[in-house]
Design a protein around this ligand. Structure first.
Ligand code: AMP
Ligand code: MG
Length: 315
């Protein structure tokens, strides 16, 4: 069932919350991307998330809470590093990694002894979590490997008929997944870049080595059906079977093919918001190859570059 009406209406939230409480799966909007939610403390519910997405079982889930204080039962210790980031950025697109308690099942953390926690900045998400009365485990609500969903239609295309309910909250404001910061030590270490940059959180440098990556970021991910070539100089004359992902300043230089702009080259926030929908639009055009202009190598584009390079990884 897809709920298209105002998702904050209590009757829909009540229904969604009762599905979560009984171990079912509800897709819900957040400010980053749509999440596929289940009771984070129920191992069977967590297993259902992996089955619905076809997600590798070693790729842990993020646990969503509706109040900063709700983190206490989930972790052994909220470190000073985590406390500082929580005060600065919650609710918002920042996930903290801390040592987990026994309350959090291994199914939710992919067998790790740490747990990822976030408080989203979205009224429907917060309403759902509050009414459910449990922390809500939620990865992105896409089939594993596909572009993350930033609209309810994207969720329906991937998971319609497979999950119990889709809450439609329109387009996601941020458009890329949260920044993931390991806060188990003295200084936060970024495991996955997002809209909140390394500079904004004063993260340790050198966080992008293989060892310190988020488990989930090792896989090819976010990919449309056609392969992507990231290049500084894409051909401007395209065949009908080609796609181009560009910015507004070069848009008019292309002819032929399916050309999609991420917006102004100076506006990383806009590019992030448009990115996943742009990738999915190439599927609808049926192109066989996508040329993507290399995004600017500036800190505000770090998250977009990460997602684009990962989407372009060979299978
Ligand atoms: P998704 O919700 O689909 O964006 O994926 C969640 C991301 O958070 C993945 O990249 C995971 O690897 C990462 N993550 C979740 N839990 C942990 C953890 N305990 N340690 C490190 N990374 C985590
Ligand atoms: Mg994901």
């Amino acid at each position: 069932m897809t709920v298209s009406a105002a998702v904050s209406e209590t009757i829909f939230l009540e229904r969604a919350a009762s599905i979560i409480r009984s171990g079912g799966l509800v897709a819900f909007p957040t400010e980053t991307v749509y999440g596929l939610g289940a009771d984070a403390l129920n191992p069977d519910a967590a297993r259902r998330i992996y089955a619905a997405k076809g997600r590798p079982s070693d790729n842990p889930l993020i646990v969503h809470i509706a109040d900063p204080g709700d983190i206490a039962p989930l972790t052994e210790r909220v470190t000073p590093a985590a406390e500082k980031l929580i005060n600065m950025f919650w609710p918002g697109p920042l996930t903290v990694i801390l040592k987990k308690t026994k309350l959090v099942p291994d199914e939710t953390t992919g067998g790790l002894d740490t747990v990822a926690v976030r408080m989203p900045d979205h009224p429907a998400a917060l309403g759902l979590i509050r009414l459910s009365g449990v922390p809500v485990a939620a990865p992105s609500a896409n089939i594993s490997g596909r572009p993350s969903p930033t609209r309810a239609e994207h969720v329906a295309a991937d998971l319609g008929g497979v999950i119990d309910m889709i809450m439609d909250g329109g387009e996601c404001r941020v458009g890329l997944e949260s920044t993931v910061a390991d806060c188990t030590g003295d200084v936060p270490v970024i495991l996955r870049p997002g809209a909140i940059t390394a500079e904004m959180i004063g993260a340790a440098p050198g966080a992008h080595g293989d060892v310190r990556r988020s488990p989930g970021t090792r896989y090819r991910h976010y990919s449309p059906l056609a392969p992507i070539i990231v290049t500084d100089a894409p051909p401007r004359e395209l065949s009908e079977a080609d796609g181009a992902l560009c910015f507004d300043d070069t848009r008019s230089e292309y002819c032929g093919g399916a050309v999609v702009s991420l917006g102004a080259r100076s506006d990383a926030a806009q590019a992030m918001r448009n990115f996943f929908a742009a990738l999915r639009s190439f599927d609808a055009s049926g192109v066989r190859l996508i040329y993507a202009e290399t995004p600017p190598d500036t800190p505000d584009f770090a998250a977009l570059r990460d997602r684009l390079f990962r989407a372009a990884m060979p299978l």
